[in-house]
Design a protein around this ligand. Structure first.
Ligand SMILES: [Zn+2]
Length: 425
């Protein structure tokens, strides 16, 4: 069972048919409540343009489904009639976000209001395990998370998995994840099979896209309409927000910034090409230069948590280790060079750096920002700065959970099991 993104009417055309119209109106009301702490029915009617009777009818259904709750009485003015206020509820509806990356699996489970129920990161060698084992392990972690969320009173209505690679979102297929050695992997279907009787729909998306959405909604530069997010993992991906919208491209494959060729005479990348940006700034490149004895891919080496590797480097930098200082300065300069290409293309206000980039920001950013200013053609007229994410390695799984919440709000009938009520709409 694949978690299908809701069908939105093309070009904003009105939804066809009474069921579709009602679904759209339920979504409209929920979205309004998501954006406010609480509202009266009259407020909702005013904000949405729907008739008061329609709002009352829709609200009755949402109350019955426990997606909203009464939160007391508001008194408007000295002599105004008391009005019962309503807020988004959905404490029994869960949204599970996951991320699988080269060396870890991350989990972020919330209820419909965004309350965090489960959050963890598990060290896992996805690079060395192959797709079959990785899908099985992902399934086990998902089952544990689903059970923990159910114990907390929220049954997950959907799972979204973030993957570092090209994803055919409509089919739930990972077209190519170079650092995991995955090719044409039907991840949504396979994970659904592993989950079996849990029957929770699964969707798959690119990690940088999901992390960019998390940054845009709840990160350090939240609300910045022109924002580029960079994952700082073994691979480097970009999520590009333009005018407040995620840029996906014709096939959904935009943002593969880690594979911009920056050095034709460089080393081979996981994608098979030479001199890609991530061979200069990915975590494997930094570890190889800063601590070659712990490089990725050495035979017999256990895979440590990426956070531990980065903490080792941070300790070395703090104590003035010369090899590490030189390595981080070089990575910082390459970060600035690649950032300038993105700034010249997209004119973002901020480039949010995530993953390990954020952990080492105090050492990376001076070099990166200098290089960015030097190479950005519109500088100083266009202001663009690097900022460190505060969401850490959990950004993509957090974005995945919020995408499931958005999907539910876009189409609340996906979690409703009884037939819709009759008109009025
Ligand atoms: Zn590459």
């Amino acid at each position: 069972m694949t978690y299908k993104p809701p069908n939105r009417p093309p070009g904003g055309a009105p939804p066809a048919g009474p069921a579709a119209l009602r679904r759209a109106n339920l979504s409209l009301v929920l979205r309004e409540l998501r954006d406010h702490t609480s509202l009266s029915r009259a407020d909702v009617a005013a904000a949405t343009g729907l008739h008061r009777a329609t709002v009352s009818n829709l609200m009755a259904e949402l109350l019955e489904r426990r997606l909203v709750r009464e939160v007391g009485v508001e008194h408007v003015g000295a002599v105004g009639r008391p009005r019962r206020a309503v807020a988004l509820h959905g404490a029994h509806v869960g949204a599970l976000g996951m991320e699988i990356n080269v060396d870890y699996i991350a989990v972020h489970g919330t209820d419909l209001s965004g309350r965090v129920l489960v959050e963890r990161r598990i060290v896992y060698d996805a690079m060395g395990s192959g797709p079959d084992s990785s899908v099985r392990r992902l399934g086990l972690v998902a089952k544990e998370a689903v059970e923990a969320m159910r114990r907390a009173g929220a049954a997950p209505a959907g799972i979204a998995v973030a993957v570092p690679g090209l994803v055919d979102v409509a089919r739930g297929v990972v077209t190519l994840a170079p650092n995991l050695y995955w090719h044409e992997l039907p991840l949504a279907d396979q994970l659904s099979c592993v989950l079996g009787p849990l029957r929770v729909p699964v969707r798959v998306d690119n990690d940088a896209n999901l992390a960019a959405l998390a940054e845009f909604t709840s990160g350090v530069a939240a609300g910045t309409p022109y924002l580029v997010y960079l994952t700082g993992e073994v691979g480097v991906g970009g999520g590009i927000i333009l005018g407040g919208e995620l840029l996906r491209g014709a096939d959904g494959f935009s943002g593969e910034v880690g594979h911009l060729q920056v050095d034709p005479h460089g080393t081979q990348c996981g994608c098979g090409r030479i001199g890609c940006w991530e061979t200069k700034v990915g975590l494997a490149a930094l570890v190889r230069a800063a601590m070659p004895e712990q490089a990725y891919g050495l035979p017999g080496m256990p895979v440590p948590d990426p956070g531990e590797r980065v903490a080792d480097i941070a300790r070395g930098l703090a104590s003035g280790d010369q090899r590490m200082t030189t390595a981080v300065a070089q990575v910082g300069q390459w970060l600035g060079l690649g950032g300038s290409i993105l700034a010249n293309l997209f004119n973002p206000r901020v480039i949010v750096i995530g993953g390990y980039f954020a952990s080492l920001a105090q050492w990376l950013l001076p070099h990166a920002q200098d290089q960015l200013q030097r190479l950005m053609v519109a500088a100083p007229a266009a202001q663009c700065r690097f900022v460190a994410s505060t969401l850490g390695f959990g950004a993509a799984s957090r974005g995945a959970a919020s995408m499931v919440v958005s999907d539910i709000i876009d189409d609340p009938t996906t979690i409703m099991d009884s037939p819709p009520r009759p008109a009025p709409y």
